[in-house]
Design a protein around this ligand. Structure first.
Ligand SMILES: [Zn+2]
Length: 73
């Protein structure tokens, strides 16, 4: 996934990062543009899986909270 918008575009607590990406990279220096980690397919896959698992857990908790809310009303 590469950005062609000319901005970093990383998600932040305030929305989207508007910093310019590091040259040749999709992200600004604050969001991994200078990082040398996770270059291998294996490393990238591991991070991707960790992110998916984190989101799945978060969604599960949100669904749980929703169902409890509905049960209470
Ligand atoms: Zn950024």
């Amino acid at each position: 996934m590469t950005s062609k918008t000319g901005i970093c575009g990383a998600k932040t607590k305030d929305g989207v990062c508007m910093n310019a990406p590091v040259q040749g990279k999709a992200r600004c220096r604050l969001h991994g543009g200078l990082s040398t980690g996770a270059k291998t397919p294996e490393g990238r896959r591991r991070i991707s899986e960790a992110n998916v698992a984190a989101w799945a857990e978060r969604n599960r908790l949100i669904e749980l909270a929703r169902s409890l809310e509905q049960a209470a009303s």
